[in-house]
Design a protein around this ligand. Sequence first.
Ligand SMILES: [Zn+2]
Length: 244
Amino acid sequence: MGFLSFFKKAYYAIIGAFKVKPSPRIKEPESKPTPSIINPDDDGAFCVAFIEGHSWRDEGARSYNKKSEKSFNDKVQRYVFKNYSGKIRLVTFDRPDYMSYGSAVEWLAKECDNINVDLAIELHFNAAGVKTARGNHKRIIKGDHESLSYAKLFNRTYLAMFPFATFRRIYEGVKGVCGMGRRDAGYWFCYHMEKRGIASMLDEPFFADFRNEESEPFMEGDGYKKLGDYWVKCLELLEEELNL
Ligand SMILES: [Zn+2]
């Protein structure tokens, strides 16, 4: 061993002793949020996870009337759980506050996998900082045909229920479904779900940062119930489609 390599070894031994161990990529939350589950006893049932985008620390975008994505979608999710009474199993998780987006989505996918989630939907609303922005879309990973089939059904339902809505993106001829690549926001949520065989999508039902004919119906008063009723309808149609 030459002097230099001895020096090097000693250097790294000393540095190594002081170095903080890297934290594992998936951290377990200290107090694990219990998933709320509808139909908890029916393990075999088709299972949909409604996951509110963002966390209570980072609530996401704000609407023109100061509602955050997180608080709005929390109401939507609770409404769906209260008003859906079909055969599909529903679960939800809060994204732990202390986790970065990257480790949180990885953790969420693992939790969803553990309880056999079949389809994971992350709820958002859109904000572009542009007054003229309009449109609804579901974001899925490009080429994910299973998720595409669900997104198609949900989009058809959206258009049928909300005639004032428009679609912004077109993917594989389906209005309103947007294929994501690695650089797109939200990609990693779907990536980690897909890696575990879970169909997934992000929902961006409207742009809310300016008051307009598409945002107002949802953002004023009990408008969140409209979106909740929409998801209940989607679940009923999904039940039919899957012959449950
Ligand atoms: Zn968002």
